[in-house]
Design a protein around this ligand. Structure first.
Ligand code: HMG
Ligand code: MG
Length: 296
């Protein structure tokens, strides 16, 4: 089993999409470059979604213009439809992420269609992205619970996973969108999903609303998963999942992974300092226990 863990940094997308005040593209590009310099190789630059729905992500193409490209760096964006894919291709990203849910109620609120409709929409989109040489991630939200429909059956997550794989997704990120999941529940989801997809193609995306994210990541590690999403300074939330707080902080994730004997290639001190810069700009205290302890 691999002793390297891959971190997908989602703070500039998942985090900033939820900020009341949009952050300008120059600042976002500066943070992106600093995160890449800290050793993060997979970073979400933002989303190509409707600016009417998520105005904070409106100028993601300008963020990407300001990125210092280097070999091994994957610039990633969310894409919900053909219009988003066209913009992503023009911006020369490396990977797009399509996003749906295990709950129809959440998909309706988030992308204005049912899960089945979203998968129909993704089919030509994923094909076109792959034809253009892009990697494609498939996000599944609400894998344990939905803010509108309540508990989600693991079988529903398995069904969507299977369809996204059939459509050509390279990796699947399982999202605990509202951060309520506990290890037993994550284990049940993995019981349903792991027979369908090798752990190497799965990621866990844990929001930390109830403080369970690290415990859930550890559960994923024990089941062979080596890719985890996190957000510098624990930024994040989803505008369509009220009350959900940020993702697990990247600082806390690095500390856990390296303590478990895995390499991440990411410099913890540098990420703490970037987190500090972001918190000062956004005028807030970091929720990261590791950053607090290290007093960056
Ligand atoms: P719709 O209103 O059904 O779509 O939205 P539409 O096709 O009728 O378009 C409406 C308007 O948006 C039109 O403009 C389009 O041109 C424009 P108008 O003609 O009215 O002037 N538009 C676009 N503009 C730019 N780029 C585009 C685009 N598409 C349409 N790509 C749609 C459907 C999917 C577009 C909308 O619902 C949407 O953008 N949703 C995005 C929601 C979102 O970004 N949520 C947060 C990310 S998901 C998340 O955070 C969860 C995750 O972190 C995992 C987890 O935690 O579980 C990934
Ligand atoms: Mg999220």
């Amino acid at each position: 089993m691999s002793d390297h863990a891959e971190i997908v940094e989602v703070g500039l997308r998942d985090g900033l999409q939820n900020e009341a005040t949009p952050v300008d593209a120059t600042t976002r590009a500066r943070w992106f470059n600093a995160l890449a310099d800290a050793g993060l190789n997979r970073i979400e630059a933002g989303s190509f979604v409707s600016p009417k729905w998520v105005p904070q992500m409106a100028d993601t193409d300008q963020v990407i213009t300001g990125i210092h490209r280097r070999s091994g760096l994957s610039i990633e964006t969310l894409v919900p439809n053909q219009k988003g894919l066209d913009t992503a291709l023009a911006a020369n990203v490396h990977r797009i992420a399509v996003f749906t849910a295990a709950s129809d109620a959440f998909a309706q609120k988030n992308i204005n269609c049912s899960v089945a409709e979203s998968l129909e929409r993704f089919a030509p989109l994923i094909q076109a992205a792959k034809d253009a040489g892009l990697a494609v991630r498939g996000y599944i939200s609400t894998v344990v619970a939905c803010p509108y429909a309540g508990p989600i059956a693991p079988g529903a997550v398995a069904d969507v996973t299977e369809r996204l794989l059939e459509l050509g997704c390279d990796d699947i990120s399982l999202g605990d969108t509202i951060g309520v999941a506990r290890p037993k529940e994550i284990n049940a989801v993995l019981d349903a999903v792991l027979p369908l997809v090798p752990a190497a193609r799965l990621a866990l995306h844990c929001h930390d609303t109830y403080g369970q994210a690290l415990a859930n990541i550890l559960q994923g590690l024990n089941r062979g998963i080596r890719t985890f999403d996190s957000a510098v300074a624990g930024l994040g939330g989803c505008p369509y999942a009220k009350g959900a707080t940020g993702n697990l902080a990247t600082e806390d994730l690095i500390y856990l992974l390296e303590g478990q004997g895995l390499t991440t290639g990411v410099d913890l001190n540098s990420v703490c300092q970037i987190g500090n810069d972001i918190c000062q700009t956004l005028n807030r205290r970091t929720p990261s226990k590791v950053a607090q302890a290290m007093q960056c």
